[in-house]
Design a protein around this ligand. Structure first.
Ligand SMILES: Cc1ncc(COP(=O)(O)O)c(C=O)c1O
Length: 368
């Protein structure tokens, strides 16, 4: 049996909440804000200390809506990391803009603020920073750069529910933060997403875009989409939100135990760190096999999997090297490319027991 990298943590409470919605007969709302969705938005806004929260039906929808609300359009450029899930870049292209991929910091794997500034041109409209593996990107300098050039900052916080940056919840420094509730995430609604913001204008644009650009039914004032979150999803989300602190505590315990067990291997294995002003949500516990090439790293991952450890690679293909995305320019992102050949992630989700953490540590030591 494999210890999976992530598993949805679903109990009787989520099942009851979903059944209750089914029995209520209210499954959705024509303009996207049914009673459960409204409550979920209110509670989620409290979690991240935001004025507005708009629920949508995926993290990708959240990013797409945010990019459009930022006014990104044909001919614009958007700066983002290549070392992320493809959705971060996909929405830029869907908006008609050009993704400008920049390199990462080799220790945190987050986008490098210096590289962001170097990539700004007259065409730049927005910056997307990703809280990779649940560790917040260095948003303060990024926001300062953006303010100097009049750019919008979008935080892809899909992996960062419960993460902290400079004493504030992840998302606080960005103009808009985008969250995912996909089944593997720290809290889930199966599929689902949210955009949070303190900016009323962005909130209004997001609301319109979420539902066909309709201010009222069947009267579109702008271009929109159907990105509405169903009521069942919101009801499940409310339960998961209540459980989130417990989930995060378990992830942290597991991550810290793994670090404690593996510190003496640090000359071979780079362990994940939390810089002083940041707290990870520990969505993924990602280590780096120093000096390795992809073949050696892949062999190690395969070996761990044969031992029942669901190690995974996030991400073996940086976006700028993916077949579709190569057309956006020839890039050499040395830190991104090196990381993509050396990293792998280990399970620390709330269902992993301390004994399993010790087993994982033992097998890593043995394999290395
Ligand atoms: C960094 C990142 N961005 C965006 C997404 C897209 O979210 P979703 O799968 O909910 O569309 C995900 C998750 O899958 C992600 O990990």
């Amino acid at each position: 049996m494999l210890i999976p990298i992530n598993v949805p943590q679903i109990g009787e409470e989520e099942i009851e909440a979903a059944v209750k919605v089914l029995k209520s007969g209210i499954l959705t709302h024509a303009l996207g804000s049914g009673p459960m969705v409204k409550r979920f938005e209110e509670e989620y806004a409290k979690l991240v200390d935001a004025k507005y929260a708009l629920a949508v039906n995926s993290g990708t929808a959240a990013l797409h809506a945010a990019v459009l609300a930022a006014g990104v359009s044909f001919g614009d450029e958007v700066i983002l990391p290549s070392f992320t899930f493809v959705a971060t870049a996909e929405v830029v292209v869907l908006a008609g803009a050009k993704p400008i991929f920049v390199d990462i910091d080799p220790v945190t794997y987050n986008i490098s603020p210096e590289k962001v500034e170097e990539a700004i041109t007259k065409k730049t409209r927005a910056i997307i920073a990703v809280d990779l593996y649940g560790l917040p990107a260095d948003l303060k300098p990024i926001k300062e750069i953006a303010d100097r050039y009049g750019l919008t900052v979008i935080e892809d916080a899909a992996q960062a529910h419960g993460a902290v940056y400079n004493g504030k919840p992840a998302g606080a420094y960005a103009d808009m933060a985008c969250w995912s509730f996909y089944a593997s995430k720290n809290m889930t609604t199966g599929e689902g997403g949210m955009v949070t913001t303190n900016n009323k204008e962005f909130a209004e644009k997001l609301r319109l875009f979420r539902c066909h650009g309709e201010m009222e039914k069947y009267k579109s004032v702008v271009l929109g989409h159907n990105y509405r979150m169903p009521e069942i999803q919101a009801a499940i989300g409310l339960v998961q939100l209540e459980k989130l602190p417990k989930f995060l505590a378990r992830r942290r315990e597991n991550a810290e135990r793994l670090t404690g067990n593996l510190t003496d291997l640090e000359s071979i294995l780079q362990l994940p760190i939390e810089p002083e002003n940041r707290k990870s949500s520990w969505y993924l516990y990602t280590v780096r096999l120093k000096e390795a090439d992809a073949a050696r790293r892949n062999a190690l991952v395969e070996r761990l999997r044969s031992e029942g450890i669901g190690a995974e690679i996030y991400y073996a293909y940086p976006i700028h090297l993916m077949p579709y995305y190569r057309k956006f320019g020839v890039f050499r992102l040395s830190e991104t490319e090196k990381a993509s050949e050396q990293v792998f992630s280990l399970p620390v989700h709330p269902g992993v027991t301390p004994e399993q953490i010790d087993f994982i540590s033992h097998k890593i030591r043995e394999t290395i």
